[in-house]
Design a protein around this ligand. Sequence first.
Ligand code: SF4
Ligand code: SF4
Length: 218
Amino acid sequence: MFGFLKQVGDYTRDAVDAARNLTQGLAVTFDHMKRRPVTVQYPYEKLIPSERYRGRIHYEFDKCIACEVCVRVCPINLPVVDWVMNKATKKKELRNYSIDFGVCIFCGNCVEYCPTNCLSMTEEYELAAFDRHSLNYDNVALGRLPTSVTTDPSVLPLRELAYLPAGELDPHVVDPDRPRAGQRPEQVLAAMKSAAAVSTVDAGESTTVTTDPKESAE
Ligand code: SF4
Ligand code: SF4
């Protein structure tokens, strides 16, 4: 009899514990339901890609010297540089240039090593196509201007997390004029330049002090 009562007591205690834990879990769940969903409503809202985002490659035919460095540094030797040697001028003549974005891994090696800077990474990432052959961009397709999230009137551009002001997590509630946390690359560059200018001036002053014979005699 005593064992039975103990079993009933244990069961009741376990049931009460389970009910309390469930209630606590549900309270947390309902608490989350009160918050605003932090989600980007693509395609009406889009995140602005970062400065170093590696999107579709842009190519300038007029700058290319057909050196094929981009082919050699590419992990899969992807860019196709179509050129012929002009025997009269003894110079390469570029005919066509193409990159197949169905194969490209967007590593950016070609952009980094191109000696004439005719390749660059854009922020364009919407390249989906129904036919894989249409992903093989020739020099005309590579040379068109990239689409931009910030200039598309049908899109609300939102800042990525690293570009929000300190302490902010949701780009929807942030005023677009509020500066981001940290410094922008051009601000860092300006600070480095001013620091270098100051150190140059200091070095010049100290050199003047040590090399001026009158001052050193005094
Ligand atoms: S590295 Fe640059 S200049 Fe040389 S072939 Fe490639 S795109 Fe042209
Ligand atoms: S981004 Fe990388 S994979 Fe694509 S063409 Fe350039 S080097 Fe090759």
